[in-house]
Design a protein around this ligand. Sequence first.
Ligand SMILES: *Cc1c(COP(=O)(O)O)cnc(C)c1O
Length: 229
Amino acid sequence: MIRVTENLRKIRDLLAKAAVDAGREADSVRLVAVSKKQPLSSVLEAAAAGQRDFGENQAIEGIEKINAVADDALIWHFIGHLQTNKTRVVAEHFHWVHSVDRLKTATRLSQQRPKTLGDLNICLQVNVDAEESKSGAPIDAVRDLARRVVDLPGLRLRGLMCLPAIRHEFAAQRIPFARLRRLAEELRADGIATDTLSMGMSDDFRAAIFEGATIVRVGTAIFGPRNRL
Ligand SMILES: *Cc1c(COP(=O)(O)O)cnc(C)c1O
């Protein structure tokens, strides 16, 4: 039995504690509950416990959930690799996309975002560890990408996102998150002010919060192992 309500309360306490320990406001970190490959019942339980932000990494699975839950108070974050043929459905259903790593994807989202829905919130995903197998823009391509994305209509560039290689030590976990924070500072120096650092998951959110995460994306620590469907 996975106790979603209890897990959520624990995670919220840990986020607040990490923020305070890092010298930040207790409520300065937004929790995205990553519900990918979790049953609808878990999403409903989390929503009933007051959780508002949910993350999905596959377009079709995500949209099925969005439609099934049909709760306008919820905010849906697309966090997975975005294929070109899925940009339209994502632009039509989600409130945030955290995983934009190419101008082509951003341009399509810009063109396909329905005007009635307002701006789509965008984070640029950065391949902070320069891993061959990972999505994300290379670090040295981010400034140019940001300069182009910031001008696209229908989108609002909110910040940067990363999914670093797994590290187990707290000090080591901070390194890639610090890299993302510095990159956001460079953007700011270029005149591109953003308000979001989307970084940290179940096993490393404390390190991310110490480096300034404003959004953490937590799945298993809330919902338990995936694929229990
Ligand atoms: C699955 C996923 C998460 C959540 O990972 P957990 O380890 O289950 O907390 C966060 N971010 C992204 C991009 C993911 O794909």
